[in-house]
Design a binder for this molecule. Structure first.
Ligand code: SAM
Length: 274
């Protein structure tokens, strides 16, 4: 098989069996591998029996290395971009390199695979129809506060990455910004100590008061729920009487009141019939 351009290759987030056969084929076939950490990737490649030139590509050498990598591709070589774990460019280096490839007409081929955000939300049991990926919160107090403030009315499920030593602080800041909410802590995904904990901010803070969080975490936060209108008892009773006068049974009248007010049938049943 002939390789050309840049391949964006996802690697495992824990379990090495999650490396796809296609990723293996690409890593073995390209001219060189651009890696966030050449030592980590070197270890992975040697476990896979692949000997390959490694070029370091990390947060602090992006500008110089992007040009170097693309120039080599333009001269006829092919490259794979990998990060330490998961999918490159997702809270990892890669975005600029990929953008510059597009700008310079270099072909970019994704080789999809594990990513903690998708792995976590797919197994969380939280609403997945619409969600927002928020990555890491800044460590700077002001931008962290602004970020959380901008999300307090967000209705979609929110997914965050966090380092274990900052988990408690982040949960506590989120509790303050959002109030108590249902959350899922997806810990050590695909690894031996994998755990998917459904809890709330208050409960999680209590739990980590007595023990330190260990391992890698994805935090999934339930979106803000629509507030239910307060039950206007007089209005509900007035409507109910009206429907009874029209000849409806009590049960049908409750149903009609629920439709008219948007209030839950159970609560109305208790109020109007019991
Ligand atoms: N590019 C990676 C991806 O596609 O998932 C993410 C890299 S980011 C620097 C690392 C963060 O991802 C960790 O701090 C943690 O929040 C999350 N993460 C990575 N591996 C994980 C795992 N096995 N279990 C839970 N979270 C993980």
């Amino acid at each position: 098989m002939e390789f050309n351009g840049l391949y964006v290759v996802a690697t495992p987030i824990g379990n090495m069996n999650d490396l796809s056969p296609r990723a293996l084929e690409v890593l073995a076939g390209v001219s060189f591998v651009a890696a966030e950490d050449t030592r980590n990737t070197g270890t992975m490649l040697s476990r896979l029996g692949i000997k390959k030139e490694l070029v370091s590509y990390h947060a602090h050498n992006i500008a110089a290395k992007s040009d170097y990598i693309i120039s080599r591709i333009e001269a006829g070589e092919s490259a794979a971009l990998v990060s330490d774990a998961g999918t490159p460019a997702i809270s990892d280096p890669g975005e600029e390199l990929v953008r510059e490839c597009h700008e310079r007409g270099v072909r970019v081929t994704p080789v999809p695979g594990p990513s903690a955000v998708i792995t976590a939300i797919s197994a969380s049991g939280m609403p997945t129809g619409r969600f927002t990926f928020e990555g890491f919160l800044s460590t700077a107090v002001n931008s962290r506060r602004k970020h959380l403030e901008s999300l307090k009315d967000e209705k979609r499920t929110m997914v965050f990455y966090e380092a274990p030593h900052r988990l408690k602080k982040t949960l506590s800041d989120m509790f303050e910004a959002f109030g108590d909410r249902k959350i899922v802590l997806a810990r050590e995904l695909t690894k031996f100590y994998e755990e998917i904990i459904t809890t709330t901010f208050a409960e999680a803070l209590k739990l980590y008061d007595t023990k330190d969080p260990l391992g890698e975490f994805v935090i999934i936060v339930d979106g803000k729920k629509e507030e239910k209108p307060a039950l206007d008892e007089d209005e509900a009773k007035r409507l109910f009487e009206g429907f009874l006068k029209e000849g409806l049974s009590k049960k049908d009248a409750v149903k009609k009141v629920a439709e008219a007010t948007g209030l839950p049938k159970n609560g109305l049943y208790d109020l109007l019939i019991k």
